[in-house]
Design a protein around this ligand. Sequence first.
Ligand SMILES: [Zn+2]
Length: 120
Amino acid sequence: MLNLRINTRLDVTEEEIFSELHHFLLRKNNRVLSNDQIVEKTGVPAELIHKWVKTGKLKQTMFPNLGAPCERCGTITSNPKLCRDCTQTITSTLAKEEKDREWFKTIQNNTRRQSTYHYK
Ligand SMILES: [Zn+2]
């Protein structure tokens, strides 16, 4: 088990943690670690990993199992900003709204036509 000893050093900077973590992750078998596994193995706080994933310091193309919390539900996701579920929910909600708008337009047109006809 690797010990970065970052929790016992008070003077360590974020930059130092990053370079040690990055070095650790670049080892062949560590590239596929997930957030939880990294926290467990290195003691690096999950928030820092999230931050580095979000800012692109830790590249997801290199570390495919890294993720950051979804901005809607907080699930760890490798998608940018929103997890797959939320993306799907939002996409279908928007599609439904679009349908409702179409429906509303049709209703309005019908009403107008009907009343025009009525007054003839
Ligand atoms: Zn989500």
